[in-house]
Design a protein around this ligand. Structure first.
Ligand code: ZN
Length: 273
């Protein structure tokens, strides 16, 4: 599943090919994604693209006259910039032909993604964004804010971190990794983590995500590949999917447990509580 660093890498990969281009043609081969692709999306034809931004794991393509394309990659979505003459693959659902002669294609085998249209000055007013917490890499995500938002939560800290209302874009991999680096056991109740450890955790979340985005930069050229998916680079992980392997700090075998139907990985010695 694309996590925040992969979505940001996608944004950086497609942005230079989209900005200042006009949408020559919009081709929709399937509308039945997680939400039906609305008819009004056709209005983007003939419009110039101004910018590509990101909020949580949503990409927002801003076009002229207040038209916006909102894209979520879901479980298996990906975007590529290719030659329009390239044959459509089975799960290429949407294509946007650009005035540059290139084409943006949305591919999504499980169709759990979203491609929708918003017309208006403030795309963040769309209901998709209404319940979202702060961006982890922005100044809006800080120790006192996180500490405050966890005070009424008795859920395990790992489950709380993956709640988009607490902070957006911290998925399973990055929640496990940052809790390890902060020395916090994923099972600890969210409201029992001390202020000092929350400070450390905020720092670790920012560092882990930023490092992954920086390394994603090396894969940007993959957005131009004719076949296959963008080859996201994954940083070397310290605990995720390392069950039974020695902790890289203390050599204790890494534990794997299930929390809220997701696997959590931790070191029982380095992550005390
Ligand atoms: Zn350890």
């Amino acid at each position: 599943m694309p996590e925040l660093p992969e979505v940001e890498t996608t944004r950086r990969g497609i942005e230079p090919h989209l900005v200042n281009m006009t949408v020559r043609e919009l081709i929709i081969r399937r509308r039945d994604l997680r939400q039906a692709v609305p008819q009004s999306i056709q209005d983007i034809e003939g419009k110039i693209i101004h910018s590509v931004s990101r909020r949580a794991k949503y990409l927002i393509v801003e076009l002229e006259d207040q038209h916006h394309l909102i894209i979520h990659l879901g479980m298996s979505g990906s975007l590529r910039i290719i030659d329009p003459a390239t044959d459509f693959r089975t799960h290429d659902h949407i294509a946007i032909t650009l005035s540059s002669g290139q084409q943006l294609r949305y591919h999504d085998p499980r169709r759990f993604g979203i491609v929708t249209h918003y017309h208006g000055a403030t795309p963040l007013a769309h209901s998709l964004f209404s319940a979202l917490g702060p961006e982890p890499l922005s100044d809006d995500f800080h120790p006192s804010g996180l500490f405050q938002s966890l005070q009424n939560l008795r859920r395990p800290i790992k489950v709380a971190l993956m709640d988009n209302a607490v902070v957006v874009g911290v998925g399973n991999i990055y929640a496990s990794e940052s809790l390890f680096q902060a020395g916090i056991r994923p099972t600890t109740a969210a409201n029992e983590v001390s202020r000092k450890r929350i400070s450390r955790l905020v720092e670790c979340i920012k560092t882990v995500l930023q490092k992954s985005i920086d390394q994603g930069g090396t894969t940007l050229r993959d957005f131009l590949r004719e076949n296959g998916e963008p080859g996201y680079f994954r940083q070397e992980l310290l605990v995720y999917e390392r069950a039974g392997l020695p902790c890289q700090v203390c050599r204790t075998p890494i534990c794997k447990i299930t929390q809220a139907q997701r696997s959590s990985y931790f070191c029982a010695k380095c992550q005390k509580r």
